[in-house]
Design a protein around this ligand. Structure first.
Ligand code: 5U1
Length: 685
């Protein structure tokens, strides 16, 4: 064959390669999306081999979107960050019939529909995988990213290309249905590892002495986050799409229409997705999928129902985290019975004391459970759980197992539980705030200090490898770490002085990892500080808004309150954290040690550099949603009229801000003008 091919001109070869690729993509569409293969495996292999041979002959014509490249491109050093044009929201949850009924009732109330109205929902199985967004420009797959914090995720394009059911090019499917492809298509879906692939992978890992994956979701996440796409390619992932971001040039009226459009483009959705009407059908669908669950080759954790009509979705809007028009109606968590041996009390990073049930180990949904949380003293007393009882424990997804109730208890029971009045670690006094007992010693308590340092070093924070729980415990107990800044004062001599398994190589590796942590993304650094209520998402909002730790440290309360996602409970905590002398001193020490957090890349949103303020009631969206739209498009929001304000958006019954803005010649926008300004880059998901 190669002899014949050699006679081809470069142009002829390019044409032949293009035709073969289109033919193969068309067969992929029939096979993976429609589940209706049109050729035998042998014929498909023949086409593939011809393409491989041609590309070997003309390597300059190989492009990353060729079907031959699914084995994985070159390994990466690190994942880039991708900002989603529209935020990738999560779903509100319901675990009971009552909660599902409340959802249905709430949306009808907002939409002013009668209580007995049968709402039309698009219902889908909820796949237990990893949410991703794929971007197709003029039909070509150009980018794929993980959900991340919902605003930005990791660039996993090369890994996504290795999934066989994902078309590299939509034109094959588009041409097949006689239609054009949109200039821009953002498709969102769940990457999963089929159960068969998961079992096979774990068997292989067991044989080679590698750690096993706890469940298919973790395995899928591990596979997708491989720096070497060839490893991803070997892990047999699949994907089901559940929605769209921006689709240019196509107007959908319903969610189901958008799914059908995706399928027409070669992007499959779950075959059990369908339209249902009213609450009774929501329950029936849930039962049907729960029964089906046992027979499927992938894991489900419930069903998702979405208001099907997109204009109603827009009217319903969204909260900070999730759309108000969608609900994840989840299966009940798995339960087991076991013996409660004793109740220990652990001290967390914030000083909170948590009663922990120490159990006779039991297998629960594939994981051995020996400990379960009892949350707080009130909970233990309410459930009247005592050592010696047989208890029911439950685990939902990745959540820490918890004790649900007592199943049986012996005739002679142990005494009821009481929380100690002294910290079990440092013996400092304990104080109760709300339902929670706290050790008042702060970082003076070794347990809190250890957990704070551990958190600081964790993967999502400064990602220092070698300083896990055990090592930190050792360093603190030996007096080598008194705060997080002490990490940067560690030397090889100090590390080796610990003994405890430390050697030249591991000490050098730890020091290298500490050195490499000196330029963290600002968001990771803010997260690492362990400010009460500041998780990854809030840290990233703060980083984008303030852009340096020094500016954040001086932020005033109104500026913090101005940010969407940061409520009146968290903002004062942030202010307080940076007012504390001890915290400022640690940050100073970190700076002196050479720590230089990097601001996030400049936003590319259309509102970059523009500041907005709102006055009066908006009619189609809430004030919070409007602020979020501004921030998602890279703009800022302000709390008062000032020189730095660019736009005042005026709703009904505006306040005194309007007069002041006019005096200061600030541009005034109506709600409509504002929405059309942000529409290009941000729309309600
Ligand atoms: N099936 C399905 N999964 N899932 C996940 N639909 C769906 N929709 C989602 C998510 C996070 O979110 C949109 C409703 C915003």
């Amino acid at each position: 064959m190669s002899k014949k091919l050699k006679n081809l001109s470069e142009d002829e070869a390019a044409r032949k390669i293009k035709a073969l690729r289109q033919e193969i993509e068309a067969h992929n569409y029939s096979y993976y999306t429609l589940d209706k293969p049109e050729v035998t495996d042998a014929e498909y292999d023949r086409l593939m081999r011809s393409l491989v041979a041609l590309e070997e002959e003309y390597p300059a014509l190989i492009t990353p979107d060729s079907p031959t490249q699914r084995v994985g491109a070159r390994p990466l050093d690190t994942f880039g960050q991708v900002r989603h044009t529209l935020p990738m929201l999560s779903l509100a949850n319901a675990f009971s019939v009552e909660e599902a009924a409340k959802f249905d009732e709430r949306i009808k109330k907002i939409l002013k529909l009668p209580a007995d109205y049968l709402m039309e929902y698009a219902a889908e199985p909820k796949m237990d995988g990893l949410a991703v967004e794929l971007v197709y420009e003029d039909g070509t797959l150009t980018r794929a990213s993980t959900r991340g914090d919902g605003v930005s995720g990791e660039d996993v394009t090369e890994n996504i290309r290795t999934i066989k059911s994902i078309p590299q090019d939509l034109r094959a499917a588009g041409a097949k249905r006689g239609g054009a492809v949109p200039p821009l298509l953002e498709a969102r879906g769940e990457v999963i590892m089929p159960l068969s692939g998961f079992k096979k992978l774990n068997k292989e890992r067991e044989a080679s002495g590698e750690a096993l994956f706890a469940n298919p979701r973790n395995a899928a996440a591990g596979a997708l986050r491989q720096l070497d796409p060839a490893v991803t390619a070997s892990r047999r992932l699949d994907i089901y799409f559940y929605g769209v971001g921006i689709v240019e040039g196509v107007d959908f009226k319903t969610h189901m229409e958008s799914l059908q459009f995706l399928r027409a483009m070669g992007l499959k959705f779950n075959p059990y997705a369908r339209i249902i009407k009213g609450l009774d059908e929501v329950y029936a669908y849930f039962e049907e999928i729960r029964e089906k669950r046992e027979t499927l080759d992938y894991e489900l954790d419930g069903t998702v129902i979405k208001v099907n009509d997109l204009s109603l979705q827009t009217r319903l809007g969204q909260t900070a985290r999730s759309p108000k028009w969608a609900l994840a109606y989840k299966f009940a968590p798995m339960q087991e019975q076991t013996l409660l041996l004793r109740i220990d009390v652990s001290v967390g990073r914030t000083g909170a004391l948590t009663p922990v049930a120490i159990l006779e180990p039991v297998e629960l949904a594939g994981v051995t459970v020996g400990r379960a949380t009892l949350h707080n003293e009130d909970e233990v007393l309410r459930k009247d759980v005592r050592p010696g009882d047989t208890v029911i424990i439950e685990r939902a997804g990745d959540v820490i197992p918890e004790v649900v109730c007592v199943a049986t208890s012996p005739q002679e029971r142990a005494a009821p539980f009481t929380m100690p009045d002294k910290c079990p670690v440092c013996a400092s006094p304990v104080e109760k705030t709300g339902a929670i007992h706290y050790c008042i010693a702060g970082l003076g308590c070794p347990a809190q200090l250890k957990k704070s340092i551990e958190h600081f070093c964790s993967k999502k924070a400064l990602d220092i490898t070698g300083l896990g729980a055990k090592a930190v415990e050792n360093f603190v107990d030996k007096g080598l770490l008194k705060d997080v800044a002490g990490i940067y004062e560690l030397t090889k001599e100090k590390i080796l002085s610990l003994g405890e398994g430390w050697a030249e190589l591991s000490a050098s590796n730890l020091l290298a990892s500490i050195e490499a942590s000196k330029k963290p993304p600002l968001a990771s650094f803010i997260f690492a500080l362990g400010i009460k209520g500041v998780g990854e998402r809030t840290a990233s909002v703060l980083a984008r808004r303030f852009r340096s730790i020094e500016t954040l440290m001086e932020a005033e309360l109104p500026e913090l309150l101005d940010l969407s996602d940061i409520g009146p409970l968290i903002a004062p905590g942030i202010k307080e954290f940076f007012s504390e002398e001890r915290n400022r001193a640690v940050i100073d020490k970190l700076r002196a040690a050479g720590l230089r957090p990097l601001p996030p890349p400049e936003s590319e949103g259309v509102l970059k550099g523009k500041t907005f303020l709102f006055t009066g009631a908006l009619s189609t969206i809430s004030r919070e949603e409007a602020k979020r739209l501004v921030q998602s498009a890279g703009g800022d929001t302000a709390s008062s009229v000032s020189k730095r304000l660019n736009y005042l958006v005026v709703g009904e019954k505006p306040g005194s801000k309007l007069k002041k803005a006019r005096e200061m010649h600030v541009t005034i926008l109506t709600e409509e003008e504002f929405l059309s300004m942000v529409k290009k880059s941000v729309a309600v998901d």
